[in-house]
Write a protein that binds this ligand. Structure first.
Ligand code: NI
Length: 149
């Protein structure tokens, strides 16, 4: 069990564009294990690698309180459909919740930690989460997109 520090808004690391993973090695496995531990400890739904200071295209997510961890390496949204507006938060932006418009349905293609291709199909909250995490990989925070009234 190894938790990593979660970088907070204002840190320039969160604004960088992450690089694709090319080596599916022990270092990647360690990163994913640490991100899982960090996500569960922080009681979040999703965590992207730049949030722990690693500029690689990796995120983890959980929708059942940490029982099942989704790991996505080099994720790409290959289909999106519909619209949904809902409040979001972020482990890097404490205490802020703002509404964001996202696709209601997405299909994400990615790889697992071993380099096997995976497909993630999601709707509603889970779809928003995947979009939010993939935005992190491009240096985008949800507050950039929030609908302020
Ligand atoms: Ni976030």
């Amino acid at each position: 069990m190894a938790r990593r520090n979660i970088y907070q808004v204002g840190d320039d690391t969160l604004r960088q564009i992450s690089k694709p993973v090319t080596e599916f090695d022990d270092k990647l496995a360690q990163l994913l294990d640490d991100m899982r531990d960090t996500l569960i400890y922080a009681d979040g739904a999703g965590l992207a690698a730049p949030q722990v200071g690693v500029l690689k295209r990796v995120f983890v997510a959980t929708f059942d309180g940490g029982n099942t961890i989704i790991e996505a390496v080099n994720p790409k949204i290959v289909m999106q459909k519909g619209r949904r507006v809902a409040a979001e938060g972020c482990l890097s932006i404490p205490r802020i919740h703002e509404k964001v418009e996202r696709p209601r349905h997405v299909v994400v293609e990615a790889f697992d930690r071993y380099g096997n291709p995976i497909v993630l199909k999601a709707s509603n909250f889970e779809a928003s989460c995947y979009c939010h995490e993939i935005d992190h990989l491009d240096g985008i925070l949800f507050t950039d997109k929030s609908i302020k009234k």
